[in-house]
Structures are given as C-alpha cells and as structure tokens.
Write a protein that binds this ligand. Structure first.
Ligand code: SAH
Length: 234
C-alpha cells in the first residue's frame, strides 16, 4: 500500500481530469507557465534522448513538452483518470510517453538510478510527506543527473497571493486547490534533498502577472518557485 498520498487530493484531481487540456479551464495557469518552466529546464540540461520521469504528471502538460523536446518520458501519477486523459492526448499529439499508475517511492525501488532527469512540479504541496518524494527523486536519478522541482513557499505573501488572490479574488484556480499548511519553504526541500545526496544548484522565483497573464522567472522565491538539484557524479 502507498501511504504517502491523500485520497482527497487524488479525488480532487480525478474529478477535473477531463479538463487537463482545456487551456482556458482550471489548469490554465499550468498551461501558461509551462513554456517558461520547460525553458528553465533546458537552460540546465539538454533533453534530447534523455530518460526523464515526471512525478505527479497529471494530464501530461509538462511530460508532453519534454517529449516534444526529444526526451524519453515516463509520467507517473496516482490519479488514474488523469493518466487516461494523458495517454489519449499523447496519442493525439503523436508522442510516445509511458504513463504509469505508480507512486514515486515504489518506482524508486523498482528503477533506482534509471533516469537522467526527474521532474516533479506543483505536486509536493499536495502530499502528506514531501520529504519522502524528494528522497524518491534522489533515488530515481542517476549519478550526475538532474532533479527539477517546483512548489509554493509558505509565508504571509504566498498566503495573500496564492490563496486569497488566486483562489478567492481572481479565481485563477478553484477554491480549495491549495492548503496553505502544505506549502513548502525552500529549506524544507533542500534539507532532505542534501541528506539524500542532491545538491541545490539553482533556485528562482516564478511570478504570475494576472493582468498581462504572463509568467516571469527571476526574483525572490517567496511565492511560486523552481529548484534545480543535481546528484553528485559519484
Ligand atoms: N505536474 C503537473 C500536474 C500538477 S497538479 C503539472 O505541473 O502540470 C498535481 C498532480 O499531483 C495531480 O496530477 C495529482 O493527481 C498528483 N498527485 C497528488 N498526490 C500525488 C501522489 N501522492 N503521488 C503522485 N501524484 C500525486
């Protein structure tokens, strides 16, 4: 049995699974930030022919973009409905992606060190034990490989912008999408990452401008942020 999962979270995403590829729907912010986060990954590592696992892949928004960049992508999630949507959409896009219903921890025991790149975006803030996912990322990546994570910081500003602003005022995402208590300070990721053999290479803020509806990287990682980590070569 997988224990590091909250059924209510999986139900929430399953109920919206048919909306993954509606670019004007509930997942619109993910579609808008996708090119920016993909470029940030590519700024660190070339993806052509690389083995990549995307943890908490949902409908495959990032997985498809990485596959289109030449990566050999495995996408994993615990919401079966999302995986079904992801598989159909990949067929439509002509992309060969291996989508699997398996937890990060279980895949890490099955295929340790098998991936050049591990991505886990906008997912850590939805699990009971994010440090366990970080350790699984460290186990999945080969020595010298990269891990790219994104989540939301926990402070007054992220409460105002990511909960009050995004869910209540601007309604960018449905109410209840995020639980403030699950937001993660960078050190809460960096500390277990370091203990698991991952070095923090880069961290950047990711800012959504609701007026222009554009996403910009840079600035403080005080609300949304991206982290690049690397497993040492030996
Ligand atoms: N990474 C995708 C989707 C983010 S939404 C993107 O950025 O575009 C969060 C995803 O995490 C959902 O698809 C949800 O089903 C998944 N998720 C939540 N808890 C999970 C868990 N314990 N294991 C795997 N996936 C999980």
């Amino acid at each position: 049995m997988d224990t590091n999962v909250e059924a209510a979270e999986i139900d929430k995403f399953s109920a919206l699974a048919h909306r993954w590829w509606d670019k004007d729907g509930e997942f619109r912010p993910l579609h808008q930030l996708n090119p920016v986060r993909l470029q940030w990954i590519l700024d660190h590592v070339a993806l052509a022919d690389r083995r990549v696992v995307d943890i908490g892949c949902g409908g495959g928004i990032l997985a498809e973009a990485m596959a289109a960049s030449g990566a050999r992508v495995t996408g994993i999630d615990l919401a079966d409905a999302s995986l079904q949507v992801a598989r159909l959409h990949a067929l439509d896009s002509g992309l060969g992606i291996d989508y699997r219903l398996i937890s990060a921890e279980r895949l890490a025991t099955e295929a340790p060190g098998q991936f050049d790149v591990v991505t886990c975006m906008e997912m850590l803030e939805h699990v009971p034990d994010p440090a366990s996912i970080v350790r699984a990322c460290a186990q999945l990546v080969r020595p010298g490989g990269w891990v790219f994570l994104s989540t939301i910081n926990r402070n007054w500003k992220s409460f105002v912008l990511a909960i009050v602003g995004a869910e209540y005022l601007l309604r960018l995402v449905p109410r209840g999408t995020h639980d403030f208590a699950r937001f993660l300070r960078p050190a809460e990721i960096a500390t277990p990452a370091r203990a698991a053999g991952l070095d923090l290479v880069d961290i950047t803020g990711m800012e959504y401008n609701p007026l222009s509806q554009t996403v910009r990287l840079g600035g403080e990682p005080d609300v949304n942020y991206l982290m690049a980590l690397r497993r040492s070569a030996i």
